[in-house]
Design a protein. Structure first.
Lengths: 299, 619, 509
């Protein structure tokens, strides 16, 4: 206590001591943080490292109790190309590319309109969509399947069917990018309007260039979505290999009668799926962060 | 502004309508996307013999497990070459797991495979969903001829056959690691568990699964049989797992799941897990994986016995088949062709090849004779203790898999009994369960005009408490006993013990005979009751301040009629009925209508069960 | 209760303020219900009044309108064409033609079957020569319901368009009476990129939502009033039909036969809420903590730490979570590792013991969820004005005090809506539960409740199991789905009531 009192007096000597004390406590604090971060890094990376290691295991194909392969090799990756994996991969890429473009267009239309225009039905529309969003989408799977089936877009034709469903309901996910548009000052629009630009020109010439982060964010999330869908996509492809995406195909290797033979291939497939998505994500991370922080919290 | 909104919505509705019209236009619900192109490929009709009538090219879709894809393709090729009817099959073979195949067939029959492989536990669901085509008479005769009885059960519902037996090795036995388990210990579950514990390894047995847990119950002589009609509808279930024997099984199960070595799994790869198993209970399908892991240490044997109260019980099992199903078609010719192909795929030659390539034990008798492998040997050894698996309702699997968890959580014998009670209650909730005659109690004696030659039925409610279903008129000096399953093996008398002296009636009257039997079947407490809570009659109506919401007790009288215990103040116009066991299907008033009081007064209600007549008697 | 004025409110201590707000909140609940009741009443009143007004207007337009208008009552768009608005007129006319064509060819057929959902089931015929049973299919209840609903949607759209058509005649007459020209087709098209640009933008998204979200939800709600299940699949075995409120009675009757169902629903709902609470708040606070750690001055390679963490976002969950699920299995590598270290003798029941399993899913969810929160928190923390901290430091506030008085309130304020969506999102977090435990371990006593629910099942995974389970009880799934909606709606309404009001919004501006 006495020391503290002394320190609180502002003498040059004390100031120096205080500085040293602060520095010491900061060093200790930082060391602790480094230790914590390193532990977290280990925890975060372990599963992924394990998956990668498993994918190089050649001596057996089932789940085993050790992590480091006894025999390294690319057998699993080679074997992948004997299966329908390339088709699944192609399907997924096509889906992801189409969805990322079309979904972005739709989400932008939706969010820009709801952020910038004031019309009679705006509030009721937003409320209505909020209510719709509270229904579990899982249930509508059965009926969407039947609709797609009547349109001939299931099984071997599942890819266009999936794209259609993904983009058709994507308008519901406008919150985040609407949050972003809300942050852009309205005076920009007004200035352009005064200069005689049509509404459409305002959007394409003024707003879109400014909205780069949210556009990239939307593209990125839309692109990643199809890579992980194993429930609905599975339903739509209805056991037809030609219509599966990677998630469904790899998932089918984990059924009890196949997991013994396909487990390491599952890991290899997982790695191949994760690589492009991860690279893309890490490259565009900056925009993702801007997107979530700019939009999510205001949605 | 407004106008262009209208314009837009107009345009949109147009687009919507067009697409709607396009898909809504199919009036004929049978024109499924998969059926349409195939129908057109059928051969021209009008030929005389059925053979040439079938000639043509057929596009079909086959769903089979991943590892059987190449076998299927080969055999279809050889069918195309060998058939003399001019049939050419153009098959798309998709790798679909057996479980997925059944679930998908049920979800959407139209989109399903024309031929598909499935495991026997799915048969009932598939028939119920209308996803299996009934076999024609000749095809059925062929199946009956070439397969043993246990395989035929697998495809039968009522008197009809619904699929083709592909393998008859769908049962479980035990794989063990020879380096851990000495051969001498194989017969005893206790020793096996000890060996595993000592080695720090597991005994993997997927008892949280109806299929595997049945093993314990079959061991103690319990059974669970489902009765099905011709159309795949479950009619009844005869199941006595909730019984004295069932309790023994539960005890054995409890001892097993309490062991440290117990692991709930049926995967052959567990021999190579991080904490490996030394024993895995699974089937022939895991042979290759396990061989790969254990090599020469692989052992396969029948399941062991477990011991409860000094008596040992050999674990049973389900034995069944993998089956080949044909999807119902709207086109008779294609249907016939598919049946031809299915018959071909399950003939001696094809099943032999299936065994050679994949080690699947053939169902075809001739093929089975030639097949032999360590796994099949162990399967056959266990088969002696096996129960052929007939049709089982889909709901049963969910109910049965819960047993092991409930047993695991039980702390005492009552807990075990509760687990069985829950099972039975859940089962009774989904299906009618007639009393099992073998465990049903009956009354027999020199009573009501019989002389030890007629059994009087009893009804059980609650568990262990039995009442005669009907009241019986007893005279002073009449003698009787209560016995189980219409046999004298288990019978109770005056001292409440097995094989005791006859019960002697002390007073004339109409009685329900009641017996309370303990779980071990060592004691049966007999008493005579004027009423039974479950079968007794009651008065209900808008009387005595109640409004059809309260049952008033009635008492059995010496003359066989029932009389309300209390007298009621009845107003003119009040209505009531008399019913039994709170069941409106057995309720009487003025005939089956309500009884209407004509003059007010205080009356007893009297009911005569033989004439079903209701009357009032003044106090 | 006593209401404070603004001045009195400001004088209260922090704790008192909180208590006061809490009491206000609960006191307001009855008022909300009253409000909802009044709103519903008003809605219907307005609806009927509106319909009355419309009908009157339609009649008056007919009486007062010229012959072009009168013909438009039968031939849609006639008035537009006659007055030179060819484009509009043709669109109206085409719409009417399509509508009539559709109704005559199929629409009437579907509508007429809607009340029964079909009467003719499938049957089999035996062919002696071919020795084969062939299937003859009858009605398809599913299609009848689906296209019945679509037809009703279509009829509503038609009535609306018809009404529009009349209104346009009315306005056109008025405009012509004043001597001004009508808008040409060209004008109409131009306004689509300018004045009415929002309509152009919304047209496509809303059509998609209407067909692929609204229509399925309507259909799904209707299924709850039928007996659609595996034994009545409406096509290949038995038709299904309307059963009224039967399915809701099963859930809510508390009768003997359905006790298990009701109890299972109660337990699963409770766990769903507990899960959503922990999943949301553990992630929230830990994510914020991690963000603060990484953002702390003097911590190097910030980008590296962030990159490592966001891997769980980048890698599809069905890969990462499935692998983690296997890692924690009873004989998985986590148990093997701990055993090798000698830390444990018996394996830990990560997925086999109910309490362990619930705990483990929450922990693993932290692994998945922290990175999102870290990203969000990073962005927000950077936005907190630095001078707030400076002045706090001058006042001698400790690090924790700074956190409690500046950081946390700021975060909570900005992320309030996010917390709500994250809570409801977690209630429906299918992936984490389904991939990790599949709902297990068994909830043994509830095995008869349909779909065989497990101890970690959320309502959403239970619902999925019900549809794909042995009995495929679609109607039950539909009832559960409606219940999920009700619960989520209640939470949303209540939480919106709790979110920071305008009063303290000024604190930060």
């Amino acid at each position: 206590m006495a020391d503290l009192k002394k320190l609180s007096e502002k003498t040059p000597e004390n100031e120096l001591k205080k500085h040293i004390g602060l520095k010491a406590s900061r060093t200790i604090g930082n060391t602790l943080i480094y230790i914590l971060l390193i532990i977290m890094t280990v925890i975060w990376l372990t599963p992924f490292v394990c998956i990668v290691l498993q994918s190089f295991r050649c001596e057996s194909t089932y789940i085993v109790g050790y992590v480091i392969p006894q025999q390294w090799g690319l057998d699993n990756y080679k074997a992948l190309f004997q299966t329908d994996f390339p088709i699944w991969y192609r399907n997924t890429l096509i889906t992801a590319l189409c969805v990322s473009v079309l979904q972005t267009v739709i989400v932008l239309c939706m969010s820009y309109t709801l952020s910038r225009f004031r019309f009679k039905l705006r509030k009721p529309l937003m409320k209505f969509m909020l209510v719709l969003g509270l229904f579990p989408g899982m249930l509508t799977m059965i009926i969407l399947y039947r609709v797609l089936k009547d349109l001939g877009l299931t099984q071997a034709n599942a890819v266009p069917g999936l794209i259609l469903v993904y983009i058709a309901s994507s308008g519901m996910g406008y919150y985040i990018s609407k949050g972003f548009f809300d942050t852009l000052p309205k005076s920009l629009d007004e200035a352009a309007r005064i200069d005689g630009a049509t509404r459409a020109q305002v959007l394409t010439k003024i707003i879109l260039p400014l909205a780069k982060p949210i556009v990239i964010y939307t593209i990125l999330t839309a692109f990643m979505g199809p890579f992980g869908d194993f429930v609905f996509a599975r339903y739509i492809s209805m056991n037809t290999s030609k219509g599966m995406n990677v998630a469904v195909g790899l998932w089918s290797w984990l059924t009890p009668d196949q997991v013994q033979y396909k487990y390491t291939m599952f890991c290899a497939g997982g790695v191949l799926v994760a690589i492009p998505v991860t690279i893309l994500f890490l490259c565009l991370q900056k925009y993702y962060v801007e997107g979530v922080t700019g939009g999510a919290v205001k949605g | 502004m407004k106008k262009s909104l209208k314009l837009i919505s107009l345009l949109l509705t147009l687009v919507m309508v067009l697409s709607l019209g396009a898909c809504g236009g199919q009036k004929d619900p049978t024109t499924g996307s998969s059926a349409a192109p195939q129908g057109s490929t059928a051969a021209p009709q009008g030929s005389t013999s059925s053979g040439s009538q079938l000639a043509g090219t057929y596009d079909i879709k086959v769903w089979c497990p991943e590892n059987a894809v190449s076998w299927t393709k080969e055999q279809i090729d050889s069918f195309n070459k060998s058939n003399t009817d001019g049939i050419v099959i153009n098959a798309t073979v998709e790798a679909v797991g057996e479980g997925d195949a059944a679930t998908s067939m049920i979800t959407d029959v139209e989109a399903g495979g024309d031929l598909f492989f499935f495991a026997q536990d799915q048969t009932a669901r598939l028939i119920e969903a209308g996803a299996l085509a009934k076999l024609g008479k000749a095809a059925a005769a062929n199946v009956l001829e070439n397969n043993e009885e246990t395989s035929v059960i697998a495809v039968k519902s009522g008197d009809e056959l619904y699929a083709y037996p592909l393998t008859s090795d769908n049962g479980f036995f035990m794989y063990y690691d020879k380096s851990v388990i000495p051969e001498a210990d194989l017969g005893s579950m206790e020793k096996l568990l000890e060996d595993c514990e000592k080695a720090g390894k597991y005994f993997s047995f997927d008892v949280k699964n109806g299929w595997y847990v049945a093993s314990f119950f079959f061991a103690t002589g319990c059974s669970s049989e489902w009765e099905y009609d011709d159309n795949g509808k479950a009619i009844a279930c005869r199941d006595n797992w909730n019984s004295a024997n069932g309790l023994i099984a539960a005890k054995g199960l409890k001892a097993f799941v309490s062991s440290k070595a117990y692991n709930n799994s049926s995967s052959g790869a567990d021999f190579a897990a991080a904490t490996p198993s030394a024993i895995v209970v699974t089937g022939t399908w895991d042979y290759n994986t396990i061989k790969d892991i254990l090599g020469d240490n692989l052992g396969a044997a029948e399941l062991p016995s477990f011991t409860v109260d000094g008596k040992s019980y050999h674990l049973g099992s389900y034995t069944g088949c993998k089956l080949l199903g044909v999807k119902p078609q709207t086109d008779a010719v294609k249907q016939a062709v598919l049946h031809r192909l299915a018959q071909f795929l399950t003939n001696e030659e094809c099943e032999t090849k299936l065994f050679e390539q994949l080690g699947w034990g053939p169902a075809n008798l001739a093929a089975r004779e030639k097949a032999s492998s360590p796994a099949l040997t162990a399967f056959d050894a266990q088969k002696k203790y096996g129960t052929p698996q007939g049709q089982i309702s889909g709901g049963w699997w969910d109910i049965a898999k819960a047993i092991a968890t409930n047993v695991e959580n039980a702390t005492d014998e009552k807990g075990l009994q509760d687990a069985l009670d829950i099972y039975k209650e859940a089962l009774a909730g989904i299906i009618d369960m007639p009393e099992d005659e073998a465990t049903a109690m009956t009354v027999i004696g020199a009573i009501a005009g019989t002389n030890w030659d007629t059994d009087f039925e009893m009804t059980q409610k609650p568990e262990g408490t039995w009442y005669t279903t009907e009241p019986i008129e007893l005279k002073k000096g009449d003698e009787f006993k209560v016995r189980m399953g219409k046999s004298w093996d288990v019978n109770f008398g005056a001292d409440n013990k097995v094989n005791g002296p006859n019960v002697v009636v002390e007073e004339d009257g109409w009685y329900f005979i009641k017996v309370v039997v303990n779980a071990g079947l060592t004691e049966g407490v007999i008493s005579l009751e004027k009423n039974s809570p479950s079968t007794g009659w009651t008065v209900i109506g808008a009387i005595a301040g109640a409004n059809w919401d309260k049952d008033f007790d009635m008492e059995l009288q010496a003359d066989g009629t029932y009389k309300s215990v209390d007298a009621f103040d009845l107003e003119a116009g009040a209505e009531f009925k008399v019913r039994q066991g709170q069941n409106w299907d057995n309720s009487w008033g003025n005939g089956t209508d309500n009884f209407k009081v004509e003059t007010a007064g205080k009356f007893y209600v009297v009911f005569n069960p033989t004439t079903t007549e209701v009357s009032l008697s003044a106090e | 209760m006593k209401l404070y004025s603004d001045l009195e409110y400001l004088k209260l201590s922090k704790g008192q303020k909180f208590l006061y707000n809490l009491r206000c909140f609960f006191a307001a609940i009855p008022r909300w219900f009253a409000k909802i009741g009044i709103a519903i009443g008003r809605f219907f009143k307005n609806l009927f009044l509106g319909i009355g007004r419309e009908l009157k207007d339609i009649a008056m337009t007919f009486v007062h309108g010229d012959w072009k208008t009168k013909i438009s009552y039968v031939v849609m768009g006639f008035g537009n064409i006659a007055r030179g608005q060819i484009l509009r007129g043709l669109l109206f006319l085409a719409f009417e033609a399509v509508f009539i064509f559709y109704m005559v060819t199929t629409g009437v057929n579907w509508l007429s079957k809607l009340p029964t959902l079909g009467t003719v089931g499938p049957h089999e015929e035996y062919d002696e020569i071919l020795d084969a049973y062939t299937k003859v299919y009858g009605d398809d209840s599913f299609k009848i319901l689906l296209y019945g609903v679509l037809t009703i949607f279509f009829i509503i759209a038609f009535i609306y368009t018809w009404r529009m058509n009349i209104k346009q005649n009315q306005t056109a007459e008025k405009i012509l009476a004043t001597g001004k020209p009508l808008k040409s087709g060209k004008d109409d098209l131009r306004s689509l990129v300018d004045d009415s640009f929002h309509k152009t933008l919304l047209a496509l998204p809303l059509t998609g939502i209407l067909i692929f979200t609204v229509m399925p939800i309507v259909f799904m709600i209707l299924v709850a009033f039928t007996n659609y299940d595996g034994a009545h699949n409406g096509f290949s075995n038995n038709l299904f039909t309307w059963v009224g409120l039967e399915n809701f009675k099963q859930l809510l009757s508390f009768s003997d036969g359905n006790k298990v169902y009701t109890a299972a629903f109660g337990e699963i709902l409770t766990w769903t809420l507990i899960w959503a609470f922990f999943a949301t708040f553990t992630n929230y606070f830990l994510g914020m903590f991690v963000a603060m750690m990484i953002n702390k001055k003097g911590i190097k390679i910030k980008k590296f730490w962030r990159t490592v963490l966001v891997l769980t976002i980048a890698i599809p969950q069905f890969i990462s979570l499935l692998y983690v699920s296997k890692m924690f299995a009873q004989n998985g590598i986590v148990n093997g590792f701990l055993k090798d270290l000698g830390w444990i003798k018996d394996p830990l029941p990560f997925w086999t013991d109910p309490t362990w399993a619930r705990f483990t899913v929450i922990i693993v969810n932290i692994w998945i969820g922290i990175p999102y929160l870290m990203l969000i928190a990073t962005g927000i923390l950077m936005n907190i004005p630095a001078d707030l901290y400076e002045s706090a430091k001058i006042d001698g506030a400790s690090g924790f005090q700074q956190y409690a008085h500046i950081t946390l309130p700021y975060m909570l304020f900005v992320t309030g809506p996010y917390l709500l969506t994250s809570f409801t999102g977690n209630m429906n977090n299918f992936n984490v539960i389904y991939l990790l435990t599949g709902g297990g371990p068994d909830k043994a006593w509830a095995s008869a409740a349909g779909g065989s629910p497990g101890q970690t099942d959320l309502l959403i995974t239970w619902l999925f199991k019900v549809t794909t389970g042995a009995e495929s009880k679609y109607y039950q799934a539909s009832v559960i789905g409606i219940m999920v909606f009700v619960v989520m709606a209640l939470i949303t309404v209540v939480v919106y009531g709790l979110l920071p009001s305008n009063k303290n919004e000024e604190d930060f501006q």
